[in-house]
Design a protein around this ligand. Sequence first.
Ligand SMILES: [Zn+2]
Length: 475
Amino acid sequence: MFIQTLIQKFKSIRDILDRVYIEYRERKSVQRYTPRSSGVNIKTQVSRLNVQNIIDMDNIEKHNIVLITLDCLRYSNLSFAGYFRETTPFIDSAPNKFRAFAAAPWTYPSVASIMTGLYPHNHNAYLHGKIKDVGNLNQFRAISRNVLTLPEILLWAGYDVGMVTSIAVAAYSLRNRITSKVYPGTAPAEKVFNYAEKWIKNSQNPFFIYIHLGDLHGPLYPPRKFRDYFGKVKILPKIRTWAYTKPEEQQGKNFEEYKYNRILLYDNTLRYLDYAIEKFYKRLKAIGKAENTVFILTSDHGEEFWEHAKIESKYFYDNRGIYGVGHGHNVFNEVIEVPIVIWGEPIEKISGVTNSISSVDIMPTILDILNIHYFAKLDGISLFQKRDKKRPILSEATGAGYEKKALIIGKYKLLYSPYDNVEWVFDLESDPYEHNPILDEELVKIFKEMLRKIYQKDEAEKISQIIKSRKLFIK
Ligand SMILES: [Zn+2]
């Protein structure tokens, strides 16, 4: 008995030490990621572009916007998506729920896409290097100077604009474009929401707040009252981060036990997030700030739980030697399928749009809701507009190994990684878990050609824009 208590105590001390170490490491990385220049005047930045010529705000409808991103939220684990646990009863109750593809499989480029309505190759904020390495700061590029972000447009429109996040990299994507408050990754959603609530309370104008929550991003530390919500989680070594990252380890009883508990911990954390979002919404209602407010919830990418470990280790080079877990490393659906959920008094039911949706559609949807007309080229389409069923959807800009791209058209998906010698087309209807590429060279050729044309067209447009701006300058 005594020994058992001792083991239990040791486990919790180890847990506390782990937590302290994780926070220490994170603070260090925040220092690295935070730009040295401070106090940038965003309004001056916006005025670098001839805003009046590209934005028509004459008939703006000034609704407040609350945009919430749940980092690492995998679409299939939401209960409205058919998951076996009721993880998200509050989110399920929203009138508008969509399945979308994230423009990138990890935070940095993906947040930039949400905020610009552009794919990473068009906004430029991704890792530039043959072998992607998130530890190499030289590979990070900022959002292009000639690209306007949603917070900048809304600041120009007279909004109070703010951001709060528990994932530092999300703030890094938007550096110099928005003022942000950064909490450590272990900060629970309620803490981040408390800050947001205070910020909203103090706001005197229409407001836009971007809330980015890291609860589902390892290390997972859900509050005690939710930790065992769907069943008691066995606190195994590295249960809050990742273990069993090598294919040869991914078998046997211990692995199965770990996998079960890791997913259970993730689901319990998601249930907590749903609770925290409901609480936040009700508190805004109580202080009269939910009226005239549109809530949009999404995720920057999903999360892999070993679905493609074997395929990844066999076909894809990964400089970290990690296979089958997390995000950023590949563009299989578990990593790029995300929700877009919209509710709030100013919004009625959005009908007619059911597929071919990307996270780049979020920004044009918000502009549409506010009746702002934006004339610059966007990759996104407002969710109020019908789209072609065969609209090509991209996901790109990976964060480990070589660059991998997904091109989704209707039920087909091209997974393209030339340096890994991977050119696969999947039929997502007959093979939804992407395990059996279609062996048809002609089909692969057609999809590769479509991908090439998209990049070629975008390059040509970029060059013509540069020439146009030079001409304006000479005049
Ligand atoms: Zn993320």
